[in-house]
Design a protein. Structure first.
Length: 803
């Protein structure tokens, strides 16, 4: 028997499967989707089994060295999907496969073999090895290849269990344990320590009475015996107590009970939407739906009841939500309805926790996964529905290889499983909306909020006028007035400040020097809490400067408005206001995000001030005012999607106000108050915005009228970058059809990053069947030509970012 193996070498020349012989003792054990180690040149490397076959075309093939997974980590479907993905996104097969499995087991995972049945049922050689032990290390046993087979057979019978040892590196929590030394077990405490050491006596006595032969957590001893850590240390120094520690794994939601939340009686409109989705589930038909429902129209309830149906038909569902809206509130709604049938996956989990959630899916212990982008690869085998909430969100596109879009993957899987894919949003992406208009997707709409609540009134403030009238504050007169009003009425307020392009940078007033990152062409951002300057692209950090490095002047000033500065200003203007500030600086600690939101929910603050992370998903009934401090920060970015992002953001922020019985109001401050994206957002008029924006896209030659691919070239030597990108542009022009536009090469918007100069070419095309082939050819040719020379070529199909 032979196996076709996709080896772990990310290089254009070897983006294909290699043949390896399956050793006698591994036949029957080796299955597609498992990882193995194989000899490759002088090394041994990892690879995925793609297929097995009784023959090979090659005359000389080497054998597989080792099996890495007890069971396949990729299903047949995911193997196919990876293949497709590697073509669609122009990435290496191995990269596509690696991205589908949890990071905790991506490296060479250690495994343990645990006895789960009666040792007497084990075959003779294994019985000897276990010999009273409960678990053994796989790696130690499987040097003897004959044992692999016996182990696997015993595992199939349930006598043994093979599992990965996943260290919880990012969140390794250890608990100190204390137990009595043997000497201290059978003697009076007073014989062991002097009678004047009262505290030591009572600690020893408590241990003798309560934990004579077992270990207790140090904390318990401290509390129960009312002693301090110093007392315990004195006793461990005397070797009367022994300290040890155990690792404590934490389920991120352990200890929290989620009260059952029964299905709500649907409105007529919700029922109409649900009927369509149910029908497609019943008929096992792949239908892509676009659900456009205004904020608060009850989309989530529709999702929940659609999943209900999926579960009743013994199938599984994937729900994707943007990372930042994976708030406790959202998780609660799914866990509250489906309890332990739900796995949750997001980036705040440690690698070990993520792996645990993945394992629940792999073992078919759950039916639903709620997660961010990568949850789209959940290894379910009987999918009945995929939901993408806030489908327009840019974060569904991965900005690193493989540069996939979760929507694209979801639609592929929906076709594979013949099941519906439900894309939901108050402000669908223009791409999706255009497809719905052309009936490629089925459009479903929820035009009103449930309970007939009105959408909030939106007022636009011209900040140029404020400046003319002498107001230099970040708050317009009207916004300040309304904040005061809400403080009096004891209602709540959210204030939104977009961080991107609006961070605080440092400039010398005498000579104009700005502090820039030495590795990237970008200004450093000032972080007040640590008084440090940081680069948001490469992580470079330095001390805040007090003197200008260029002219030695001490006239160093901060520019730009960060959330910290706004908070200071609120405190100055409205000392009585209680503010919770949420941004990257205040939410780095695990769980802090959750704590702040629940404090706000309990009414412990009047104002929630924050960045993008507060624009989504919040559902607090007492918020009656939402303020956008500067609507232009997104609008001014060099990106054709800037108006679309602005419209989406304003709509989302508006959606936070007046969700319950109190009427909401929104104040938007802008230096471009007449811009169509702001004006249409004021009127909550998505169709008109779309119409106008589609015109812009058509004139500019952008999606959804054209497809775009971006080719980035980076190298430490600027002449190499220019030469190569010139060659690439020439090659593109000559290989693609006349109708396709090749733009560039030009300098990338961030001209240097991590010490590499960057140039880019863009192609815009409508009908270009060869595009993937041509782009792969670029990788083949130019990466190889200058291989080993640290030239970076990255190809981004349908890019979301142009930096
Ligand atoms: P969306 O996801 O569209 O923003 P939600 O599903 O969060 O809307 O619904 C908004 C609010 O309305 C929530 O508090 C939800 O519990 C409530 N809600 C949704 N559907 C109904 C219904 N049929 N009857 C009563 N309340 C509902
Ligand atoms: Zn940098
Ligand atoms: Zn200076």
């Amino acid at each position: 028997m032979y196996a076709k193996v996709i080896v772990d070498v990310a290089a254009a020349q070897i983006n294909k499967a290699f043949d390896y012989k399956i050793p006698e003792e591994m036949i029957d054990l080796v299955k597609p989707g498992m990882r193995v180690t194989v000899p490759f040149g002088p090394r041994k490397i990892q690879g995925f089994i793609w297929k097995t076959s009784p023959e090979s075309n090659l005359s000389k093939v080497k054998g597989i060295s080792d099996i890495l997974d007890p069971d396949p980590v990729l299903t047949k479907e995911l193997l196919e999907l990876g293949h497709w993905l590697s073509e669609e996104t122009v990435c290496f097969l191995i990269t596509a496969y690696q991205s589908m499995i949890p990071s905790a087991i991506r490296a060479k995972p250690k495994k343990k073999i645990r006895l789960t049945g009666d040792a007497a049922h084990l075959p003779e050689p294994l019985q000897q090895l276990f010999n009273g032990k409960h678990q053994l290390e796989w790696e130690k046993l499987t040097d003897d290849k004959k044992l692999i087979r016996l182990i696997k057979l015993a595992a199939d019978k349930g006598t043994l269990e093979i599992d990965y040892v996943v260290k919880n590196q990012t969140n390794k929590k250890r608990v100190a344990l204390i137990h009595l030394d043997e000497r201290a077990m059978n003697r009076q405490a007073s014989e062991l320590v002097s009678s004047s050491a009262k505290k030591q006596l009572s600690a020893l006595e408590w241990m003798q009475n309560n934990a004579c032969e077992k270990a207790v957590p140090q904390q318990e001893l401290i509390e129960k015996a009312s002693v301090t850590t110093q007392v315990i240390k004195a006793l461990t120094d005397k070797n009367l107590l022994i300290r040890s520690s155990v690792e404590s794994y934490r389920d991120p939601y352990a200890g929290r009970t989620f009260a059952y939340m029964p299905p709500l009686e649907l409105t007529a409109r919700q029922r109409y939407v649900l009927r369509h989705v149910h029908q497609s589930i019943d008929e096992k038909k792949h239908v892509p739906f676009l659900l456009r429902g205004v904020t608060g129209s009850g989309k989530t309830e529709v999702y929940l009841q659609a999943i209900q149906k999926v579960m009743e038909s013994e199938k599984e569902a994937i729900v994707l939500v943007p990372e930042i809206s994976l708030t406790p509130q959202m998780v609660e709604r799914f866990k509250g309805r489906f309890g332990s049938n739900v796995a949750v996956m997001h980036s705040a989990l440690s690698a070990g926790e993520k792996y645990d959630e993945w394992r629940k899916i792999h073992r078919k212990e759950v039916k639903v996964v709620v997660g961010a982008r990568s949850a789209v690869f959940a290894p379910f085998e009987n999918l009945g529905l995929i939901i993408i909430d806030e489908e327009h969100e840019g974060s569904y596109k991965q900005e690193d290889h493989p540069r996939y879009h979760a929507r694209q993957v979801a639609l592929w899987r929906g076709r594979y499983h013949n099941c519906p894919v439900l894309l939901g949003s108050a402000t669908p992406s223009l791409e999706s909306y255009a497809r719905a208009k052309r009936e490629v997707y089925t459009l479903l709409e929820l035009p009103d909020r449930v309970n007939d609540m009105q959408l909030p009134d939106v007022q636009i403030i011209d900040m140029r006028q404020e400046l003319k009238n002498g107001n230099r504050s970040v708050f317009s007169g009207l916004l300040l007035e309304k904040i005061k009003d809400r403080l009096e009425k004891k209602e709540q307020i959210v204030l939104f400040l977009n961080r991107r392009g609006y961070s605080t940078f440092v400039m010398c007033r005498s000579c104009g020097y700005t502090a820039e990152c030495p590795h990237c062409e970008i200004t450093l951002t000032y972080h007040h809490t640590q008084s440090r300057l940081k680069c948001h692209y490469c992580g470079h950090e330095e001390h805040m400067i007090t003197e200008c490095p260029a002219c030695e002047s001490e006239q160093i000033r901060f520019f730009g408005t960060g959330t910290q500065k706004v908070e200071e200003e609120i405190t100055k203007l409205l000392p009585e206001a209680r503010v919770i500030r949420m941004d990257v600086d205040t939410t780095t600690k695990k769980g802090s995000h959750e704590k702040m939101l629940s404090a706000f929910g309990r009414g412990e603050a009047d104002i929630l001030l924050g960045t993008q992370m507060i624009a989504k998903g919040l559902d607090f009934p007492r918020i009656t005012l939402a303020g956008v401090l500067a609507a232009d920060t997104l609008l001014n970015l060099p990106d054709f999607r800037a108006p679309e992002r602005t419209f989406q953001l304003l709509t989302q922020v508006s959606g936070r106000a007046g969700r319950d019985t109190l009427k909401g109001e929104v104040v938007v401050q802008s230096y471009n108050p007449d811009h169509y994206s702001i004006q249409h957002a004021k009127e909550h008029d998505f169709p008109s915005f779309c119409l106008e924006e589609m015109g812009q896209r058509k004139r500019g030659g952008y999606p959804p009228y054209y497809y775009i691919a971006l080719i980035n070239v980076a190298h430490e030597d600027v002449t190499k970058v220019i030469q190569t990108s010139d060659k690439i542009a020439g090659f593109l022009k000559q290989s693609l059809s006349k109708e396709t536009k090749v733009l560039g090469p030009t300098v990338s918007p961030i001209a240097r990053m991590k010490d590499r100069y960057r140039y880019q070419c863009m192609i815009k095309y409508r009908n270009e069947p060869n595009v993937v082939k041509v782009l792969n050819e670029i990788l083949n040719r130019y990466q190889k030509e200058i291989a080993g020379d640290k030239l970076f070529i990255s190809i981004d199909m349908n890019p979301q970012m142009f930096m």
